[in-house]
Design a binder for this molecule. Structure first.
Ligand code: ADP
Ligand code: MG
Length: 380
């Protein structure tokens, strides 16, 4: 990161005061549970967003990204979304929005140089990494002390209110609270989290993230529809959220609509799978997690109906090549899958997925070796 410090000097003509980093994340299990007040189990990646920064005393935030452009805006103001920024400035809503939320807590203007090795929009949460790296930089620069769970809420607020994106708390919590060799069990209702041992390499395993290279064309409408279906089912069952369904059999009997029955079955069993996965990890049975991933994938495919052909093909090819398990991750209809495999089998699994894609004439998938890594921190 001395490189980013140097680049800051060249770009802004003065010295950076420090360099901060916040990681992207993968959610191991617990899909479409967050907005049902349920459980998720993300871990941080070794990749993320880095920010070199220095204070300014003119109340201005100037952000430059090596992946985007340069934007200047006041650190104090209303919301970025209400100002209706043009599309070429849209990316800067994340760091500027973060600065505006933190302004109320005593931070001020700053120059920020941003660099990232996370693909954007691939479901690895580059947006939260950008918010959290910016947040740490501003808090450190201005000596503002905010504990990490609270900072995660403020970063979520920046994305909700400033960017206009109604995301939950998972991405920011993972980026700020993650620890190496651990996953974070987050209760999306209470906001409370706990660390769970998760270290595939130490168990002779590898967790591959496979970018299926399929576009998210349908995500917007379908995602909204799933949320609405879950709300409708909760209302019919007389509970605040599907998290509260205790008697699944009884609930399924009370619902007449087969679509709602399928949605409820997924959400309720997926919460159980998160709890079961945490139990397995605490018992050191990492390889057994494969069965949980498989069950999650089938539930997302057949009950929640959000999988897509490239994901099904990748999981299927991985299992045929001897992987322990795999599942689609994210909202659905595009994005990535994860595959858990014995480390010495990872090459064969990769080849099998690539071959299955080749046979169908699809764009070759991209692989990332996902190692549970440290949360956001100061680098220099
Ligand atoms: P994800 O969080 O899954 O990567 P999002 O759509 O939530 O996808 O966030 C991606 C957006 O975050 C990008 O479109 C861009 O606006 C912003 N972003 C992420 N990384 C950078 C970066 N390095 N430079 C500028 N903007 C970034
Ligand atoms: Mg995001």
């Amino acid at each position: 990161m001395s490189d980013l410090r140097t680049a800051f000097g060249e770009s802004f003509g003065r010295a950076a005061e420090g360099v901060w980093h916040a990681p992207g994340r993968i959610n191991l299990i617990g899909e479409h549970t967050d907005y049902n007040d349920g459980l998720v189990l993300p871990f941080a990646l070794s990749r993320g967003v880095s920010v070199a920064a220095a204070r300014r005393d003119d109340g201005i935030v100037e952000v430059r990204s090596r992946q985007a452009g340069a934007v200047t805006a006041p650190a104090e103001g209303g919301t970025v979304v209400s100002e209706g920024w043009p599309s070429e400035r849209a990316w800067a809503a994340y760091p500027v929005g973060m600065a505006r939320v933190l302004r109320e807590h005593g931070t001020g203007g700053a120059s920020l140089l941003i660099d990232s090795d996370l693909p954007q929009g691939a479901g690895l949460s580059s947006s939260a990494a950008l918010e959290c790296a910016t947040a740490l930089a501003l808090c450190d620069l201005y000596g503002v002390e905010i504990d990490r769970p609270e900072l995660a809420r403020l970063a979520q607020r920046a994305e909700n209110e400033q960017v206009g994106m109604p995301c939950g708390l998972m991405d920011q919590s993972a980026s700020l609270l993650a620890e190496p060799g651990r996953a974070l069990m987050l209760d999306c209702r209470s906001g409370l989290s706990s660390q769970v041992p998760f270290d595939p390499p130490a168990a002779g395993l590898a967790l591959l993230a496979v970018d299926t290279r399929a576009s998210h064309a349908l995500t917007g409408g379908e995602y909204g529809r799933r949320r609405a279906e879950c709300e409708e089912a909760a209302a019919l069952l007389g509970v605040d959220a599907l998290r509260d369904v205790k008697d699944l059999g009884g609930a399924l009997q009370r619902l007449r609509d087969p679509v709602l029955r399928r949605r409820v079955q997924h959400v309720v069993t997926e919460n159980h799978r998160v709890e079961a996965s945490v139990g397995l990890l605490r018992a050191g049975a990492v390889a057994e997690l494969g069965a949980m991933l498989n069950a999650s994938h089938l539930s997302l495919r057949d009950q929640f109906e959000v999988s897509w052909p490239e994901a099904d093909t990748a999981v299927d090819a991985a299992l045929r090549a001897g992987a322990r398990g795999g599942r689609m991750i994210g909202g659905g209809f595009g994005g990535s899958v994860i595959v858990l495999t014995a480390a010495d089998r990872a090459g064969r699994v990769r080849d099998a997925i690539a071959a299955a894609y080749g046979k169908r004439g699809w764009t070759a998938p991209e692989f990332l070796d996902a190692v549970p890594s440290a949360g956001a921190r100061r680098l220099a």
